[in-house]
Design a protein around this ligand. Structure first.
Ligand SMILES: [Mg+2]
Length: 279
């Protein structure tokens, strides 16, 4: 039996699968700060220093925990990950449903995360085991599992490199040679036309555009009852950066579910046609 063609669904995390930012679910409350003050300090420092926001928030997490005498080791980061909540349907069958749909249409549906958040938190969250790979920011830890430096920071521009890693099947983020090696389009394990990207916009525009322009499907989601963010995603569609906008409702039969089901059917049909052409 030949391997089934892969269909990759790549998701942003914060604001896409989970409301707000992952730091707001339990870390920021634990350091006794309110989220507005925390993010104002991060964004203020980043602007003043012309620094990368992601590196600054990672440093602020370490500093704030130390200042408050709150434990902040790898296991604490995982503990905060386990407390992250999700939009409706995300943790109730979404991932398995798309895999089953794909399998019925002859595809191997794989789920991926590309996030500026913390990898350990996503891995330890309720949906961590669903992903073929999680590309996200990471700390470098000392011998006691205390963060001592940033090991990887994923921001809006470098998010796109992970699409190329999925495209070329180079999932080891430490492998810099293979991802840059020339591979003819038709020999890449996951062609862009077999990709669906789901994001909420903030850091996702380059990924949404890349997937859409290369023949895949891009979808912008917004929290179910948020008119302001709905307007923002509508603008992304008006600017032709995404094919669809939808409420972040991952339950069966929601608008988002219908769009993804249709994308799976389309991708399966293209794969069947391509296979017939090869025969
Ligand atoms: Mg987001």
């Amino acid at each position: 039996m030949t391997r089934r063609p892969i269909l990759a669904i790549a998701y942003d995390f914060d604001g896409t699968l989970s409301p707000g930012s992952m730091q707001e679910h339990s870390f920021i409350p634990e350091i006794g700060e309110d989220k507005e003050a925390f993010w104002a300090r991060v964004n203020g420092d980043a602007a003043r220093l012309k620094a990368d926001n992601i590196l600054v928030y990672m440093h602020e997490m370490v500093k704030a925990a130390r200042k408050q005498g709150v434990r902040f080791r790898k296991e604490d980061i995982q503990r905060h990950g386990a407390r992250v909540g999700f939009f409706p349907g995300v943790a109730e069958g979404w991932f398995a449903r798309q895999r089953e749909r794909g399998a019925a249409a002859g595809l191997d549906v794989q789920h991926y995360i590309i996030s500026s958040g913390l990898k350990e938190m996503i891995e330890a969250s309720a949906i961590g085991p669903e992903f073929a790979a999680i590309f996200a920011s990471e700390f470098k830890y000392d011998a006691n599992d205390v963060p001592e430096w940033a090991a990887a920071s994923v921001n809006y521009t470098n998010k796109t490199q992970f699409l190329f890693r999925i495209n070329k099947g180079v999932l080891d983020a430490g492998d810099h040679a293979a991802v840059n090696r020339y591979v003819p389009e038709d020999e890449r394990p996951v062609p862009f036309r077999n990709m669906i990207y789901v994001g909420d916009g903030d850091t996702d525009v380059p990924c949404m555009r890349t997937v859409k322009e290369q023949g895949g499907v891009s979808i912008a989601v917004h929290p179910p009852e948020d008119a302001g963010l709905a307007a923002k995603t509508a603008q992304l569609k008006a600017d032709r950066r995404v094919h669809f906008t939808a409420r972040a409702d991952f339950t069966e039969g929601s608008g988002l579910d219908v769009y993804v089901a249709a994308a799976i059917e389309k991708i399966a049909a293209v794969e069947r046609l391509t296979a017939l052409e090869r025969d």
